[in-house]
Every structure is written in structure tokens, then in C-alpha cells.
Design a protein around this ligand. Structure first.
Ligand code: PMP
Length: 354
């Protein structure tokens, strides 16, 4: 606490990201990064952009990237917004669309940044409890007063996917509110709601280059929605910072979208590793949710999650442990390369067989 802080700054409970330690080399399975490097074409494009003219501001409309994404998703450029990582896009969306007079709805177990944004913007939150198996109870989002809804698909940290068609009901029942579908992990086995954008003016689909395109370090995300929603996001953005995406990120992002073959191949490798890791974890007694993401959510009946977390860390393997009601028996483990996951599995086998 400082006497220099505004009441707003003093009231905040900021999001705590997974650690990025520098003390030694870890196998990092704690922040859902992609274990494979980005497409070599991305690096070429960034180098070329660096040789271009960094004296100049970037294009505030991000026109080249917006058009590239519009083509990719078969939408018009007025249906696409880009931002500095999907975290920024989500925060702008909370500011642009959610009504402080009514609560915003999200699951009790979900991406913890939603709560932080809600508090930042003075929004009340009404938490929808996941069922005992961590399934998203979609029916509970209907007929409940709200000033907006946000649902990640797949959910984090549970990794579980809701089939696309089930979102139609929520969109129909909440026609006067914006429903954000956060698709940070959709490319690892889900079907995107991008195809609902022309049907429902109240859906905002948010995606990122951080996971499936291996570019968490570049900070590029986007939203797809009706023209009026995209207009709302641009109003908010241009009231904060017109240049949220720098020249290097713009160039790299365009190249990443263009190199579809590379992305399809790396996502398939991650998915194959995930499916075999799930099998092996179940064989040694772990409960593992049905994952369609680049991470798994696991619990062991005999050894506490905290013990596994601590012992893995001692052996140089970092995973994520959330000391929170309902999920404190679980660990979230990002999918690394086959070699990294072999080290993880060996270590975890020893821990649970002691
Ligand atoms: N949504 C979810 C559900 C996430 O897990 C993350 C990653 N922490 C994000 C959004 C934000 O990703 P980024 O800002 O890197 O695009």
C-alpha cells in the first residue's frame, strides 16, 4: 500500500501469471506455452520488419493483419479486431460491453483473469458452478440476469471442451448481452465459434497466437464479431493506446497466419503427445479430465497435488498448482515435447509409487 496509489490501484488484486524462473533450466510445463518454435517464416518476417523502418509508428489500424485474419476466417475486415495478446483483447471487451448495473457471468473454475478484469472495471460477478465432473453447465447461463457472459472453450484449467452447437442456446437466450467465447486453446481439437459470427451479433470470439502458433512472446490476439462489437473495441483501444501492436509483431503475426501447414503440423504433434500422456497417466492411477487443449488437468487419489508439484519442481519440472477451493487436488500440466513428457512421466511415476 502506498499513499501515492489511487483508490483504484489500492483496490486491485492483480492476476499472478505462472512463474518464468531464471535460477536454473526447468522443463517448463506451467504456462501452456507451445514446446515447438514458431514457423521459420515468422522469424524471417520479423527480421525483415526490423530492417525496415522502426523510426516510424506502426499502422494503428493493423490493416494488413486485420485483412489477413478476415480472409482466413471468411469474414469482412470490419468483423476483426487485433490486440496485444488476447488478454488485452479480453480486457477491452470487458470495458466495451459489460454493463456494471448487472453481474457478468463466468464459471467458478475458469481463467482467473476474468475476475481481475471484472474488479478493475467495477463489475459484479455471478459465478456459475461447474458440475462435479467440471462440465460447463450451459443451461445455468440462460434466464439469469446478466450484463455479459464469458466462457473459455476449451475451459482453463480443466481443459474440457463444449461442442460448438451448444453455444447457440446461450446466444439465443442472451440476445441483449455480449457473449465472449475465449478460444485460446481451440486449435487443439475444438471447432471454432468463428462460424457463428455472421449469425449472432452478440458473439465475440477471442483467439491468440500464443498457444497453437507458438508465439506467446510476440503478444498478438484478436477478436471476431459483428461490426458493432468491433467498433466498440476500437473505441476502447483508441482511448488507451492507438499503437498496441508494434511493427515486428504485425509482420510476425501475418507470417504466422500464412504458414498454415506449419501450424497444423505442430498442433497435431502436441495433440498426439497429449493423448499418449493421458493414457500413461491413467495407467498409473491419475484422474485426468478429457482434454482438448495443450495441457492436462490431473489428480492422484493417493498423493496430494501440492506434494507432486513440490517434488517435480525439485527435479526440475515445473507444473501449475492452484491452491484454490475445488481444484486444490489437481495440477495443470502443459504438453511439452515427447522427450520432456517422458522426463515428467518418469518423475511422476516415482513420486506416486513411493
Ligand atoms: N485466455 C485463456 C483461457 C488463457 O489461458 C490465456 C493464457 N494465459 C489467455 C486467454 C491469454 O493469452 P494471451 O494473452 O497470451 O493471448
Amino acid at each position: 500500500m502506498s499513499r501515492f496509489w489511487s483508490p483504484l490501484a489500492a483496490s486491485l488484486v492483480p492476476y499472478v501469471p505462472g512463474e518464468q524462473p531464471k535460477d536454473k533450466k526447468y522443463i517448463k510445463l506451467n504456462t501452456n506455452e507451445n514446446p515447438y518454435p514458431p514457423s521459420p517464416k515468422v522469424l524471417e518476417a520479423i527480421k525483415a520488419a526490423a530492417d525496415d523502418d522502426l523510426r516510424l509508428y506502426p499502422d494503428p489500424t493493423c490493416d494488413t493483419l486485420v485483412r489477413k485474419l478476415a480472409d482466413y476466417f471468411d469474414l469482412s475486415k470490419d468483423q476483426v479486431f487485433v490486440g496485444n495478446g488476447s488478454d488485452e483483447v479480453l480486457s477491452f471487451a470487458f470495458a466495451a460491453f459489460f454493463d456494471p448495473a448487472k453481474p457478468v457471468l463466468f464459471a467458478d473454475i475458469t481463467y482467473s483473469f476474468y475476475k481481475v478484469y471484472a474488479e478493475f472495471y467495477g463489475l459484479k460477478a455471478d459465478l456459475i458452478p461447474l458440475d462435479e465432473q467440471f462440465r460447463m453447465p450451459l443451461g445455468l447461463f440462460n434466464g439469469r440476469e446478466n450484463g455479459g457472459i464469458v466462457i473459455p472453450n476449451p475451459n482453463a484449467p480443466t481443459a474440457m471442451l463444449v461442442p460448438l452447437d451448444e453455444f447457440r442456446m446461450i446466444l439465443e437466450h442472451n440476445k441483449d448481452q455480449v457473449v465472449i467465447i475465449d478460444e485460446a486453446y481451440i486449435d487443439f481439437g475444438g471447432e471454432s465459434a468463428a462460424k457463428l459470427v455472421n449469425e449472432y451479433p452478440n458473439v465475440l470470439v477471442v483467439q491468440t497466437l500464443s498457444k497453437s502458433r507458438s508465439l506467446a512472446g510476440l503478444r498478438v490476439g484478436w477478436a471476431l464479431g459483428s461490426e458493432e462489437l468491433i467498433d466498440g473495441l476500437n473505441r476502447v483501444k483508441n482511448s488507451f493506446n492507438s499503437y498496441t501492436i508494434d511493427r515486428l509483431a504485425l509482420a510476425g503475426a501475418v507470417a504466422a497466419i500464412e504458414d498454415e501447414a506449419y501450424f497444423v503440423e505442430t498442433a497435431a504433434k502436441v495433440n498426439a503427445t497429449r493423448d499418449s500422456v493421458i493414457k500413461e497417466l491413467r495407467e498409473i492411477g491419475f484422474i485426468v479430465t478429457e482434454s482438448k487443449a495443450n495441457f492436462v488437468f490431473i489428480s492422484h487419489p493417493d498423493v496430494s497435488a501440492e506434494t507432486i508439484f513440490v517434488q517435480l519442481r525439485e527435479q526440475g519440472v515445473l507444473v501449475r498448482y492452484f491452491k484454490q477451493p475445488r481444484i486444490d487436488k489437481y495440477l495443470r500440466v502443459s504438453i511439452g515435447t515427447d522427450e520432456e513428457m517422458d522426463v515428467f512421466l518418469e518423475a511422476v511415476k516415482k513420486i506416486v509409487s513411493k
